[in-house]
Ligand binder design. Structure first.
Ligand SMILES: [Zn+2]
Length: 258
């Protein structure tokens, strides 16, 4: 999928990915995707295979035969935000080996468990994969090759209306939020967003586990200085920055705070 999208001549394309290989994907989801001929990519964490409510290797082999693309989602589904290099390599090598042994394929894509990452994690997985995905909202762009956003579609964010809206979003030509390290240590209330083409009309929604965070935004040398009204709490801190003109441009970033 990853090679097809950037070279695709059509302006707007969506692709569907599913994480964790729950049994419900095999029993409920897959027949529906097949019925409507929607291609899907399944990100697999290998330790759970065959466990309660998870798919077995037989079911994964059957899914492969039925056209599902299977890619890597680690072995133990630990957060990569806090793992050291050795632990990350072990996660990847264990899962790649199990997938090759049981499915005879070698994944070239990765999805971070919980969408949590760090500079170290991204540098380490570059050796094994062509690209990697987070779980933060945003339009697909190869500018963020080892932390590509994906729009979640779940119980809370699963309406058809939302699907229609997000499927219309486009990436900025280039957007960069500083600090760029997805593990934010030490915590900070100051961020800078740099958008090619300028930050006029860009608005950001910022939230952590306590909810949305008020902020002050100032344009400085064509960049957007964002100052939060309070220190973010531990866990995930998400930025959603959008600009609406004829299209909706959407840049997202997720930080993890210890
Ligand atoms: Zn997962």
């Amino acid at each position: 999928m990853i090679y097809w999208i950037p070279n695709n001549k059509k302006k707007k394309t969506i692709t569907v990915t599913i994480d964790d290989a729950y049994l419900s994907f095999y029993e409920v989801g897959l027949p529906i995707f097949e019925k409507y001929q929607v291609p899907v990519t399944l990100f697999l964490n290998t330790e759970n295979v065959g466990g309660f409510n998870y798919m077995s290797w037989d079911q994964l082999r059957d899914s492969l035969r039925r056209g599902v693309e299977i890619q890597n989602h680690s072995h133990t589904h630990s957060s990569f935000a806090t793992l050291d290099e050795e632990a990350i390599m072990s996660e990847i090598e264990t899962s790649q080996n199990l997938i090759f042994t049981n499915l005879n394929i070698t994944p070239n894509l990765f999805a971070f468990p919980f969408g949590e990452s760090s500079d170290l994690a991204q540098k380490t997985i570059e050796r094994y994969f062509d690209a990697a995905f987070g779980q933060h909202s945003g339009a697909f762009s190869m500018n963020y090759q080892y932390y590509i956003p994906r729009f979640p579609l779940n119980e809370n964010y699963g309406s058809l209306e939302r699907l229609r809206d997000i499927s219309k979003s486009l990436p900025f030509e280039s957007a960069q939020l500083q600090p760029s390290n997805p593990t934010l240590n030490p915590p900070s209330t100051r961020f800078v967003l740099d958008v090619e083409g300028g930050v006029n009309g860009v608005n950001c929604f910022i939230a952590d586990f306590q909810g949305s965070i008020e902020k002050k935004m100032t344009v400085l040398e064509n960049k957007l200085l964002i100052e939060l009204s309070r220190m973010p709490v531990s866990g995930r801190l998400r930025f959603n920055c959008t600009k609406v003109d004829n299209d909706i441009f959407w840049y997202g970033h997720q930080y993890f705070l210890n």
